[in-house]
Design a protein around this ligand. Sequence first.
Ligand code: OFO
Length: 168
Amino acid sequence: MLSTKMEKALNDQINAEMFSAYLYLAMVAYFQDKNLAGFANWMTIQNQEETFHAMKFFNYISERGGRVTLEPIDKPQFEWESPLAAMEAARKHEAYITGRINDLMNLAIKEKDHASANFLNWFVSEQVEEEDSVNAVVQKLRLLGSDGGGLFMMDRDMAARVFTPPAV
Ligand code: OFO
C-alpha cells in the first residue's frame, strides 16, 4: 500500500511526464514549421517516450492499490529562436525531470518504501539515457553553428529515429 504522500508524489509525476510529452509535441510543431521533418520525427519519438513514462507511473499507482488522479497539463512554450535553442530547452527540461526523479527516490528511501525505490530505479537509469540523447543533439548543433548544409544532413539523420518501447 502506498502512503498518501507517496501516492500524491507519484501522481504529480504523471502530470510532469504528460507535460514533458506536451512540451515535446510543441517542439514537433516548431520543427515542422521550420521544415525540419527529421527533427520533428525525433521529437515525436520523444513525445511517445514521455507518454510511456506517464503510463508506467499510472500503472504502478494502480498496482499498489493507489488512486490515479489527473490534473490539468500546463501550456508549454511553443516558439524558440533556433533549433539549438529548442534542443537546449529540452536538455534543461530533462535535467529538471532528473531532479524530480531523485526527489521521488529520496522520498521512497525516507519512507522505507522498497517497492517504490525499486520501481524508481528504472527511471534513474532512463534519465541518464534521456539526458545523454538530448545532449548529443545539442552538441552536434553547436558544432554545426551556422552551417545550413550540415543542418540539412543532420535533419536527415534525425528522421531515422523510431520508437521502441523502452525495456522494463
Ligand atoms: Fe520522462 O523523461 Fe523525459 O521528461
